[in-house]
Design a protein around this ligand. Structure first.
Ligand code: C2E
Ligand code: CA
Length: 530
């Protein structure tokens, strides 16, 4: 899926104007880089907040553990008949307990003794069984009140403001607080209703073990975003560099493509393309039974350009159809002057997309008219590399061509994924075996076995096999003995101009082809006259 999207994007990017490609690529990479930085900052901040919340909760647990120990000590003080001694004991407990500021002991008869004789609070109104409350404001500042009931009662007050010191944020933009029930103690020591106090943002909570308190650490979204930019400047820089590099690469490709497609179009107009012909022979006697037409380009400045470069470029630029059309017209003219043996095959390479165009039928008519006069047969070669589109139009085009006597060859057979169904569905007349199978003979027994098995399959399917890439007499002998009927390759003849081909054809038409062709293959390769 990702791969397909990537390919689509790249195709789209390449079809855009060069001026657009560059900034789009840079922006896309920056955006991706920033999203990565944001994601990394989010995860980092989340881990930091979690760590901070857990640490604060742990510290609170320690503080309250000390406070509870102090409360147990207060419980153990038996209030005497006068409070003076009790008050002194209570004051000692308060002094020894961090954050404690006040203690109170109630005798069973209701008498109240306090750690601070200048202040006598009423025992705080807590629900029975409740041991801790957060008092929002009494005697000027908020406090946590720990309380025991039974044998009178005991109470210890801890200053919430000093406890809130634990909540001071470690980094800017981080807010911490303690939630207790519906109340919330902020880092500045103020107490609010939870709903008013807790805002939006990335937050993490950690509860104390007794579950009474929950530490909330929060960072606003604005801060998270700011962190992603500030902390991840390195990532952003890398993303920007990647964007520049990608943009540059796309721009270069786009410019190269634009220039090559312009040149191909210009080349078709200026008739810079021409044709070479490569013989197809019988395996046994090397008798020529056909040719394959191969496109050649002589560029006005760069000279001869390899077809494995300009054919894919023409396919990419959407110019393969006009190029093929031009070649078909050219072949039609050229063949008017040549006498051919009856049943002679003329193979033309056709791009898969061209077979899906009804115009192809019209394009072929001109050539067919010429070939019919000579009782020759037109064979359209489609590569196995690109499967034929399973459209009704393509099937109709193939059917129309068949009715006109055109044959179909599956080229480069053995490199793609064509199975029996595919061969039957499209009704191929010839299979042209990919060159690699012949060059593998004697080196790769796996490929050699496949080649052997192919004959049997072809008989079952009623198709004829043409083996390409035959370069030596040994290969020819081997293939002939195995029972292959038709061969093509440098051993018999390299692609040549029509004049050379005509000489070659007429000089050997009645005699055993092999020796004379072998001489020709070494003596005259890829003749260059037009
Ligand atoms: P192809 O259809 O497989 O054409 C045969 C290629 O193999 C030709 O290369 C030919 O020169 C080469 N060849 C022939 N015999 C031998 C041999 O014994 N040994 C070796 N090593 N190579 C041999 P070429 O002319 O460079 O063509 C390359 C490909 O370009 C063709 O492969 C075909 O797919 C494509 N092509 C050429 N002309 C056209 C055209 O007019 N239209 C389309 N659509 N494709 C074309
Ligand atoms: Ca071919």
């Amino acid at each position: 899926m990702l791969k397909r999207l990537g390919a689509q994007w790249s195709r789209h990017a390449l079809s855009a104007k060069p001026a657009v490609v560059y900034p789009v690529a840079v922006c896309a990479c920056l955006l991706i880089g920033w999203l990565l930085a944001l994601g990394a900052a989010y995860l980092q901040d989340r881990a930091d907040l979690q760590q901070r919340a857990v640490t604060i909760a742990h510290q609170l647990e320690l503080q309250f553990a000390q406070a509870n120990t102090a409360l147990a000590r207060i419980d153990a003080i038996a209030p005497g008949s006068n409070c003076e001694l009790t008050s002194r004991l209570l004051a000692a407990v308060v002094q020894a307990t961090p954050h404690a500021r006040y203690a109170l002991r109630t005798a069973p008869d209701g008498r109240v003794c306090t750690s601070d004789i200048s202040r006598i609070d009423n025992p705080p109104a807590v629900a029975a069984g409740s041991t801790l409350i957060l008092r929002s404001s009494q005697a000027g500042s908020p406090a946590f009140v720990l309380q025991h009931q039974g044998n009178g009662g005991s109470m210890l007050e801890l200053g919430a403001v000093s406890l809130a010191a634990l909540l001071q944020p470690g980094s800017t933009g981080v807010v911490a607080g303690v939630r207790m029930g519906s109340q919330y103690l902020a880092a500045d020591g103020t107490v609010h209703a939870v709903d008013d106090a807790v805002g939006q943002g990335l937050s993490y909570q950690a509860a104390t073990q007794d579950g009474l308190l929950e530490v909330v650490v929060r960072e606003s979204w604005a801060e998270v975003v700011q962190h992603s930019v500030l902390r991840r400047l390195d990532t952003l820089l890398l993303a920007a560099l990647a964007g520049v590099a990608l943009g540059w690469a796309l721009l270069r490709r786009q410019l190269a493509r634009n220039s090559s497609s312009w040149e191909i179009a210009q080349g078709i107009r200026n008739r810079e393309f021409f044709t070479h012909y490569q013989p197809i022979v019988t395996a046994e006697h090397g008798e020529c039974i056909g040719v394959e037409v191969l496109a050649r380009w002589r560029h006005p400045v760069q000279g001869a350009i390899r077809s494995d470069l300009f054919i894919p470029a023409a396919e990419d630029a959407g110019l393969i159809v006009p190029l093929t059309r031009y070649l078909i017209r050219r072949v039609s003219k050229e063949f008017k002057q040549v006498a051919l043996p009856p049943g002679f095959l003329v193979g033309i390479n056709i791009a898969a997309e061209h077979l899906g165009m009804p115009d192809l039928v019209e394009d072929c008519k001109i050539l067919l008219a010429v070939l019919r006069e000579k009782k020759a047969v037109l064979v359209l070669e489609v590569s196995e590399r690109f499967p034929l589109p399973e459209h009704q139009v393509t099937h109709r085009v193939v059917q129309d061509l068949r009715q006109m006597g055109v044959k179909l060859a599956l080229d480069d057979f053995g490199i793609g994924h064509a199975d029996r169904n595919y061969l039957r569905r499209w009704g191929f007349d010839y299979l042209k075996v990919e060159k690699g199978y012949v060059s593998a003979l004697g080196k790769d027994s796996f490929k050699a076995n496949i080649l052997d098995g192919l004959l049997q399959t072809s008989h079952q399917l009623g198709v004829q096999v043409i083996v390409k890439g035959v370069e030596t007499q040994g290969q020819q002998n081997y293939l002939s003995v195995k029972g292959f009927q038709f061969l093509q390759g440098f051993y018999f003849g390299k692609p040549m101009t029509l004049n050379h081909f005509r000489q070659w054809l007429y000089s050997g038409i009645t005699q055993d082809r092999v020796p004379s062709v072998a001489a020709m293959a070494t003596g005259r390769s890829e003749a260059t006259d037009r």
